[in-house]
Design a protein around this ligand. Structure first.
Ligand SMILES: *[C@@H]1O[C@H](CO)[C@@H](O)[C@H](O)[C@H]1NC(C)=O
Length: 290
């Protein structure tokens, strides 16, 4: 009997060791505009099912209308929330960031020198900017049309609204570079004193996964989710022909050269369905959550 108990104990300990060795890294989820963790619960369920025991932490901040607050403010607050989680996770964490959340996550990674994010998964994020008057924009500027939005966005008052922080009017490049205090800095389109340290910080990630598709309906152009954007004639120029890639302004080219960049394009997925589509999860999120 004694031996049997010992055997059980030994078995249990090996199991414990196995679990801690093969355990999954915690996953932090950052929601998008006019959302809260509630809308992303499908994603959390997928993770729980495919990787049982994973700690999934949705960021329950800047929900709904508060998601319109300027992005630097959101970055600073969310950073204070996620940093202790990172410190506790000695093997690092993963970040899944939806839509506007992808830009928040990049702001955090650029400005947090000691982060330990392993995979950064950007789910249909306007990473190269947004130029399309979709419903969430009309929420704020009901009477404005696309070519005129720059007038309100590229000044200090407009910059207090998140959407203006990544509004990129391809016909107003100078105004964008001067008047937008978020995206041109993050993408290194405008020179600033922290550009090298931000790049170094960003490059602590091991994997950048970009997910998007032509039927998104909100991100405009949809290729912005893959770092492509309009030129001044509104033709889409893909990531590899953009200055931020060619000049490696924030680390994208380095990451790619090291095999750390992965892109997935899915058709037939509307913007609000990305996080509840199991095919998307199985093919392009789950593989990077180990
Ligand atoms: C889920 O993704 C697949 C693969 O792209 C797509 O064909 C399908 O239409 C999507 N379903 C929904 C409900 O979005």
């Amino acid at each position: 009997m004694k031996n049997f108990e010992l055997l059980c104990l030994a078995f249990f300990c090996t199991t414990c060791m196995y679990v801690s060795v093969a355990g999954y890294r915690p996953v932090i989820i950052v929601h998008g505009i006019l959302d809260s963790p509630k809308q992303l619960s499908g994603l959390a369920r997928f993770i729980a099912k495919s990787h049982p025991g994973t700690e999934v932490i949705p960021v329950n901040m800047f929900n709904y209308l508060a998601s319109f607050k300027r992005l630097w403010k959101q970055v600073e607050s969310i950073k204070r929330f996620v940093y202790p989680i990172m410190q506790k996770a000695k093997d690092g964490v993963h970040l899944i960031c939806f839509s506007q959340g992808g830009l928040i996550c990049r702001g955090i990674l650029a400005t947090l020198p000691t982060h330990n994010v392993h995979s950064l998964i950007c789910l249909s994020s306007p990473l190269a900017g947004q130029y399309g008057d979709t419903s969430y924009l009309r929420h704020f500027f009901p009477r404005y049309i696309k070519p005129r939005v720059h007038r309100i966005c590229y000044n200090p008052l407009g910059q207090r609204i998140s959407v203006c922080n990544y509004w990129k009017d391809p016909h107003q490049e100078n105004r964008y570079l001067k008047g937008n205090n978020y995206l041109p800095l993050l993408n290194g389109e405008r020179a600033h004193s922290n550009i090298l340290s931000w790049k170094r910080n960003f490059l602590r990630i091991k994997k950048l996964v970009l997910i998007g598709g032509p039927d998104d309906g909100v991100i405009t152009p949809w290729q912005s989710s893959l770092f492509g954007f309009y030129d001044s004639n509104e033709n889409v120029v893909d990531m590899k022909h953009q200055n931020w890639y060619l000049k490696d302004t924030f680390g994208l080219k380095t990451l790619d050269a090291n095999g750390g960049l992965h892109q997935c394009v899915f058709s037939g997925v509307r913007h609000t369905s990305w996080h509840s589509n199991f095919t998307v999860f199985r093919d392009c999120i789950e593989p990077w959550l180990t």
